[in-house]
Write a protein of this length. Structure first.
Length: 119
């Protein structure tokens, strides 16, 4: 289902991520609507999330993201559109890359590509 996402305030990519996760949750039978997701997250109504999705508010609090993420069983970073490691191997590669000096990053990138493509 394709949705138009309000983006006059530059927050459209965050709204789109929430829609994408909502669609995944609905397909998995975890929730049946945005309202249902909000209620399962502990909100009395979906107005906080709905207002953000319509552009009536510019952002969600980190507490709101945390509650929605708990229902979705995912890290908050997923709802913020960040790439998160899916496996322990990816986490270790990312950790090594972040700690490496600039000259070492190229070698880690090459090794990571070999490792991840071998899976």
């Amino acid at each position: 289902m394709a949705h138009m996402v309000y983006d006059e305030d530059g927050m459209g990519r965050y709204r789109q991520v929430i829609l994408n996760v909502l669609e995944e949750l609905m397909a998995a039978g975890v929730v049946n609507s945005l309202n249902d997701w909000a209620k399962k997250a502990g909100f009395g109504s979906s107005s906080v999330v709905r207002n953000f999705m319509k552009g009536d508010s510019r952002s969600l609090s980190i507490e709101t993201y945390a509650a929605l993420a708990a229902v979705a069983n995912c890290p908050i970073a997923v709802l913020l559109g960040e790439d998160v490691p899916r496996t322990e191997k990816e986490r270790l590669i990312l950790q090594a890359y972040r700690k490496a000096p600039q000259p070492g990053k190229t070698a880690i990138e090459a090794q990571a590509m070999r490792e991840l493509n071998a899976e």
